[in-house]
Design a protein around this ligand. Sequence first.
Ligand code: ACO
Ligand code: LMR
Length: 616
Amino acid sequence: MKKDYELFTNETKAFIYGEQLRAAQRMLDFDYLCKRKDPSVVALITPERGGFEKFFWGTKEIRVPRITSLKEAAARFPEADVLVNFASQRSAYDVTIETLEVPTIRTIAVIAEGIPERQSRRMAALAKEKGKWIIGPATVGGVKAGCFKIGNAAGTMENIKEAKLYRPGSVGFVSVSGGLSNEAYNIVARTTDGLNEGIAIGGDAYPGSTLLDHLLRFEKNPEIKLLVCLGEVGGTKEYEIAEAVKSKKIQKPLVMWATGTCAKVLPGQVQFGHAGAKANTAEETADAKNEALRKAGVIVPTSFDDYHSKIKETYERLVKEGKIVPAKEVSPPNVPLDYAQAKAEGLVRRPTNFVSTICDERGDVHNYCGVPIDTVIEKGYGIGGVIGLLWFKKEIPPYACRFIEMVVQIIADHGPAVSGAHNTIVAARAGKDLISSLVSGVLTIGPRFGGAVNGAAEHFLYGFRNQLAPREFIDAMKTKNVRIQGIGHRLHSLENPDARVELMKGFAKKHFKATPLLDYALSVEQVTTQKKNNLILNVDGCIGVLLVDLLKELRFADSEIDEMIKAGLFNAFFVLGRSIGLIGHYFDQIRLEQDLYRHPLDDILYDVPKGPEKVG
Ligand code: ACO
Ligand code: LMR
């Protein structure tokens, strides 16, 4: 059970209101650094969505629930008595008022700046009425050394370690400013045995809790032996502290400084960083406050420059008097750096799992083999040029681009009867989606249909490189019982030539420097068509041999061409082109609203045995 002067212990559980994942991780890292048994953040309250978020707990990962309502969060985690309210200026007041009505929550840190004074005063009054605590608004929060910290309070992990916040010391610190607090924690660590608790009340004119409120809390806390405070120009709260010292409400030594003394040398009334930091009257000036505090018995340095030496002197006196037994030093666990941060700082490296040498999307504009996509369009690379970049990693000449685009166009479709189109149509009529229907058609592409481009390149190169005469080549393939890939067609023949083949031959003869492998294939065709007139060089074969002729012309090495053949790359031209047609057939069936296809029975020979053969 917390004592009335304690807001935080090493068992404090908290909610974070708002999408503040980095702040949550910083709180959990602080918990881990302090060797807490378990994390302080028990839930994120994020009205937009539920589920969970993963965070690190040391090197492990934990899941923290996202809960969409404060009421549900309080019901699930009644032990949570702190809410760090990261709601924006527009909604921070409503969230705070709602939270003050939740019985289990006792302390609320309101981070937002710019909350209207009327709302700030209402929040402060309601909190006082309910015996609850508000830290803020416009604050970074606070820290209980060795126990718990609010949001981003105390700054970076390096600052936290330097300020030894992972274990409690003897000093209670309170200030208006979060930024100065972080600096002060460091000063306290260097001049004493460290901070016990530090609070930044926030820079608004009407904070939910004042400097005096927290100093009185520290006065009651037996762990705290020395009070340190930073006030500032504007308002009159510091005079209440002077009164408290004079009336012995505060008896522990208090080292204090009101910042903003430089205002006197600046023209007119200067508004310092915080909304409340402006002296409207003489007594609101920093000098007047420091003088009043000094007269009341507060230990006030002559300037901020010797603030640290006053703290040091006072601490050493208390140690000498036996009032402070310096806290024992402990060695905190190492809080691992996030990989991304460590990598950015050049502290870690790891081997990659993947290599890409064709495309890099990391820059402002991604590039194909180093050519930015906007250049690809501006310079009119076209499909052929993009294939050159992404498949071959080369910038190929315009005629080569045009040939590739010709292939893609003429191979795009060959009617609904071919196996690929047939499968796509049947799948579409079975109600399958576009991708499934497309894949169904693409899966029929193989050594007999559309997938002979690669094999044709391989087979004709075999005959060509071994200088086999057409008849020798045909016999060699027959001996191996291998059909020559690229030869034969069910529809086309010498009498019914394939226009696509004629178009490609014409283009090559006109634009290629030479077509040695095409010529070789045509010499083979002359022999095969003697056996059957449909054993022509088919479209697959023509593409295969012309691609080899083209790549050779573009000075691709034989080894590069063989590598492409081994990878089956030549068939990719058929797959790429024919996908256009298959997608067309899919949409055609959808538009026609064709229903399920069932093959006619009279087109099937049923030759089923009377019963199975018995074995074993
Ligand atoms: N190489 C050698 N002999 C062949 C070839 C060939 N590519 N194709 C057929 N033959 C022979 C057969 O061995 C058979 O000889 P046989 O009577 O001594 O047994 C005879 O020709 C007839 O065989 P069929 O299978 O009846 O011939 P069909 O005309 O039906 O075959 C097909 C057409 C399937 C295309 C066949 O020629 C073939 O498999 N070709 C190789 C694969 C190929 O290139 N496919 C791509 C076609 S185009 C495209 O899909 C876009
Ligand atoms: C095609 O391009 O699909 C055809 O050459 C194959 C065929 O059987 O028509």
